[in-house]
Design a protein around this ligand. Structure first.
Ligand SMILES: CC(C)(COP(=O)(O)OP(=O)(O)OC[C@H]1O[C@@H](n2cnc3c(N)ncnc32)[C@H](O)[C@@H]1OP(=O)(O)O)[C@@H](O)C(=O)NCCC(=O)NCCS
Length: 321
């Protein structure tokens, strides 16, 4: 039986080995050819610092690390991932023990929405999570665009913050709470202060920020879903205040994010969106985005039925690493 211990930064190296082995094995089976999945090293620090008491490692009888899991709590919304177990230790309940540890943590933090996203084509994972009592929702699509030539200047109502201040974080909190019960995305944006992996763009109206987008731009390829390479700008979070923003605002904000991407020398943009946000999904299609070919979607699962208070709103994020 595995022993579950807290994750610490000095264990990242060992955990990185587990992550690459578990995900390379999964990718090799999925794509039918030998594949090495890229590292997630540049973002491990954001995962650990976001929820240090919800990050765990599983040790085998010899004390060697064989599995890991990160929990992410965004206010009352909690999910886990990335998550992996080395192939030699799979099918022996290491994964289930790690999931139980993360669920206990989320409950102790007062999360009322507890879930995850996983690959819908992976029977193993669907069996694992539904046996543990998670209920299936719909898909979070990975929307992708090749940018092509165009402007690289920002409109006057869009600001870029590499070090978000307290005033911006307060607006991030208000915007996220307007969209989903108890959702607070400000902690994730605040992590930029310690981990400079990108910037937070904010969309103002009448002097007040009514939308924001946390964008990551990595200097090397990072094994997200899909992997993000040095040509890619990855939108980690994008939200616009319910009741104050319409789809036209999303369209304008997307154009500004694309200009920002070009100004950083990026040629592609990736944005996740839960398909329940139908209006925003169609705005993305209208702006030239397509579902990513190789990594099209993850399916959302929750312990309680998942409810979208504002399905006409604008909220783009994923429950995955
Ligand atoms: C997903 C992963 C972390 C699970 O870890 P694990 O230690 O192998 O999982 P466990 O042994 O604890 O549990 C597996 C469960 O799935 C069940 N399962 C597997 N295939 C199944 C199927 N086709 N139908 C139904 N149940 C199935 C097993 O029966 C077992 O449940 P049981 O104990 O009740 O029999 C591991 O397989 C992994 O690293 N995969 C690659 C990366 C990945 O997918 N990460 C998670 C992304 S969300």
């Amino acid at each position: 039986m595995a022993r579950i211990v807290k994750m610490t930064a000095d264990r990242f190296e060992a955990m990185d080995g587990i992550d690459i082995e578990a995900w390379s094995d999964w990718a090799t089976k999925k794509f039918g050819r030998a594949m090495q999945f890229p590292t997630k090293k540049p973002v491990y620090g954001t995962y650990l610092d976001g929820d240090p008491d919800g990050s765990f490692l599983a040790l085998d009888d010899a004390g060697d690390p064989v599995g890991y899991i990160f929990t992410r709590t965004f206010g009352k919304v909690g999910f886990f991932g990335p998550f992996g177990v080395v192939p030699r230790a799979q099918q022996s309940h290491v994964g289930k023990d790690l999931v139980r540890a993360t669920v206990d943590y989320m409950k102790s933090r007062g999360c009322t929405t507890i879930g995850l996203e996983t690959m819908p084509e992976t029977a193993y994972n669907l069996g694992l999570y539904t046996k543990l009592g998670f209920q299936l929702g719909t898909l979070t699509l990975r929307m992708h665009k090749e940018l092509g030539p165009g402007g690289d200047e920002l409109p006057s109502n869009v600001d870029v913050a590499e070090q978000p201040d307290d005033a911006l974080l307060a607006r991030v909190r208000a915007i996220s709470e307007s969209l989903e019960d108890g959702l607070d995305l400000s902690k994730e944006v605040a992590l930029l202060r310690k981990h400079p992996v990108g910037a937070c763009l904010s969309y103002r109206r009448g002097g007040e920020s009514v939308g924001f987008a946390l964008c990551y731009a990595f200097p090397e390829t990072v094994g997200l879903y899909p992997p993000s390479d040095p040509e890619n700008l990855r939108v980690r979070l994008l939200a616009m205040q319910a009741g104050r923003c319409e789809q036209d605002d999303l369209k304008a904000f997307l154009a500004a994010i694309e200009s920002y991407a070009r100004s950083r020398g990026r040629r592609t943009l990736t944005i996740p969106i839960y398909a329940g946000y139908d209006a925003a999904l169609h705005t993305l299609y209208g702006s030239g985005y397509r579902v990513h070919d190789g990594f099209p979607s993850l399916v959302k699962l929750t312990l309680e039925p998942y409810r979208l208070p504002h399905p006409d709103g604008v909220l783009c994020y994923e429950w995955a690493g």
